[in-house]
Design a protein around this ligand. Sequence first.
Ligand code: RB5
Length: 146
Amino acid sequence: MVYLGADHAGFELKESIKSHLEEKGIKYLDLGTDSLKSVDYPDYALKVAQKIKEGNEEDFGVLFCGTGIGMAIAANKIDGIRAAVVHDEYTAEVAKKHNKANIIALGGRTITPTEAIRYLDSFMSSKYEGGRHENRISKIDSMEKV
Ligand code: RB5
């Protein structure tokens, strides 16, 4: 399952990728927001992060705000969340392959819908590589207790 969350600045970008997910037969759950009315992005970061934390390995989230930055900062406060702002196909790919990201954050004011779809596809078609990265991910996990 793909969990989607946006504030007002990411709302339109969130809407624009839904039909792409539908075309690909990928199930998603939209956790809001549902309009351009101003809201606070941490509320939506928390909703999506909680779903990922409770869900299974295949689940991931896509968060949308003006830049992706605030969403990623907020989501990364939740244990078990590895949220990455991605700004091209390469960062989307390595966010999964190296960083085992379970959320990507996209900027409604920084990228176009076409770019968002390209980055999302790059993330979805990549696999976590494990190996040398596993020790690094374990170290990040242990920092949650600091
Ligand atoms: C909202 O105006 C904007 O600050 C927010 O969407 C986001 O860019 C924060 O990181």
